[in-house]
Design a protein around this ligand. Sequence first.
Ligand code: SF4
Length: 319
Amino acid sequence: MTVKVGIPRALLFHEYHLLWISFFEELGAQVIISEKTNKNIIGEGIKNTVDEACIPVKLFHGHVLNIKDKVDYLFIPRINSIFKNEHICPKFCGLPEMIKNSINDLPTIIDTEINFVKSKNSLKNTIYEIGKYFSNDYKQIMSAYDKAYLKFKNSKRIIKENPFSEVNMLNNKKIMIMGHPYNLYDPYINMDSIDKIKSMGAYVLTPEMIEDQYIFDYAKKFDGRLYWTFARKLVGTALYLIDKKNIDGIIYVSTFGCGVDSVVADIVEKLIRRKSDIPFMLVTLDEHSGEAGINTRIEAFIDMVKWRDISENNISAHG
Ligand code: SF4
């Protein structure tokens, strides 16, 4: 019988799903992904997570509950670091324990540590550790990973293929919507912000469309230590946009209870306000955010970006 492995559609799923799905499928497993976020998933997540957790972590709990009874394994790695010499938000390394302590009757959890601060050999060990749940053949596991990684890399390359130059050919206003990928790519949590902006005739860009190397290089120009991967990516994106002047407005989407964003969103906002006249808006979502309020803020922001053409720069970039 085919082994079933479940992946919750939350947190880093939005960044790495193609890699993980392809890897498990190459090893002969059937991958079950939780449903798209809905009212029930978020409600169950909130009920089964400690109050102090951020919404994305609560949502992760809801997605686990959505698939836990349908699978033999749940993939919840203990993530310490996803880039060399950088750390990720500490919530990620505590996630397997949080889940085990909050949810009963779980299948076996694949909670292998992912830690890029360690040596390169450790990556191979990590892959082997995960693959061992499905095969004892080292070569098969490594080959499955290589194939999955190639697919993943190609998909990332396509996303980055010149979106800015393509967009420059258009007359539409260009809006960067930035934040953690799980806030940007889960339409339920961000209340369809991307589609709303598009429906107002603007072109939407995200940090994932910028070449990684640019983000690295611009982040190095920041006058301070960027300890977290998310911080490096978002500050690098902001400095890139400020320098290139190729965007008409920036919306930063954050969620209530995010310790990282309480620092990073503030740094990004200060950089943009001090070094550019690009209109900027911070949207902080929580489980009680009303859609009407978000719609009004987005509409007012896009209108302001458009009016700046008519009134030149007489309209404040910051609302
Ligand atoms: S970075 Fe923020 S939103 Fe993401 S898991 Fe950590 S605290 Fe939650």
